[in-house]
Design a protein around this ligand. Structure first.
Ligand code: 2P0
Length: 324
């Protein structure tokens, strides 16, 4: 009744922002991401009939504000197998939590994977992804490695379907993460999405254009067309931040160093370096580049005032069991 799983954060190139059903956490738009290998969440789950409540430790500490979400995620696995047994969950991230580095994505992907293995059920990967999606929309994508797409399937057996579209080694891009502020973000994603939906006059435009962006990105990936992927990814990122900024009150996730990093990446690409940026609901800048450009990109970002460190990553595998 015990298993340990690892999962990595993923970075959306075509972004998810907004929900069509807040109760069931169904995204309003599909999304497309790359899974990283440089950052890892490791989660051990042990079901134990002596426990009266689920227990959750992150980095060795109890996190009361997260334990309800962890329990509700375990409930999905318990309901699937008709079990009641409570669990002790010990999770560790080797990167800053809640700083826009998608710790909830790797966290819930590792959790469903370890819980399934601890129960000994072998739930299909797509179903595990949909369970992780209930807890955190982006978590579904971390079940898979390489390039991953989450599609809305309102007429299907599950409301979303997540699949790998390319193995990591089929297009081994690298990512430099410029950390500009390692503290927790001010406004969580769910609250930010709800505010955007309710108050932004541009929200309908954001949703209406999403399918075209996904099709463009899928096509660029199939052709390994870096320039096309760069253009559509930067546009999706800026379009998401535009709709966030247009909420009331506006959501400003960037700081000055975020903007300087964006300008630096654009200048590098204009000079012929194959690199593009993306930024999530936080101030870190992720620079996606061809492998041969990585050292230069990392050095240029490290030199930007306000950048405290640059994390290095390649593309990684999906969530997997590492011990039982
Ligand atoms: C993404 N983000 O596609 C987008 C881009 C942040 C900006 O998915 O509310 O923590 O738990 O479903 O998964 C972060 O949102 O949101 C996110 P919930 P989640 O990666």
């Amino acid at each position: 009744m015990r298993a340990t799983a690892v999962a990595h954060p993923n970075i959306a190139l075509i972004k998810y922002w907004g929900k069509s059903d807040i109760e069931r956490n169904i995204p309003a738009v599909g999304s497309l991401s790359i899974t990283l290998d440089g950052l890892t969440t490791t989660t051990a789950v042990s079901f134990n009939s002596d426990l009266e409540e689920d227990e959750f430790l992150l980095g060795g500490q109890a996190i009361p504000e997260m334990s309800g979400r962890v329990s509700r995620c375990l409930d999905l696995v318990r309901e699937r197998v008709g079990a009641q047994t409570r669990a002790r969950v010990e999770s560790n991230n080797d990167f800053p939590t809640a700083a826009g580095l998608a710790s909830s994505a790797s966290g819930f992907a590792a959790l469903v994977t370890a819980a399934d293995a601890a129960m000994g059920v072998n739930i299909p990967q797509n179903e595990l992804a949909d369970m992780a999606r209930r807890s955190s929309g982006s978590a579904a994508r971390s079940l898979f490695g390489g390039f991953v797409e989450l599609r809305l399937t309102p007429d299907g057996p599950l409301p979303t379907e997540t699949r790998q579209i390319l193995e990591p080694f089929d297009w081994p891009l690298r990512v430099a993460v410029a950390v500009t502020d390692a503290g927790p973000k001010e406004i969580g994603s769910t609250e930010g999405m709800v505010r955007t939906e309710r108050t932004s006059p541009y929200y309908a435009g954001w949703v209406d254009t999403s399918e075209d962006y996904l099709a463009e990105a899928r096509s660029a990936i199939a052709r390994r067309d870096f320039e096309a992927l760069a253009e559509v990814s930067e546009s999706s990122c800026l379009k998401m931040h535009a709709v966030m900024l247009s909420a009331r009150p506006g959501l400003v996730y960037w700081n000055g160093a975020t903007v300087e990093c964006i300008r630096k990446v654009r200048k590098l690409r204009a000079d012929g370096v194959p690199v593009f940026f993306t930024v999530d609901a936080g101030p870190q800048v992720k620079a996606v580049c061809a492998p041969e450009a990585f050292d230069r990109v990392a050095a240029e970002l490290a030199a930007v005032e306000g950048v405290s460190q640059v994390l290095a990553s390649g593309l990684g595998e999906g969530a997997r069991v590492v011990a039982s």
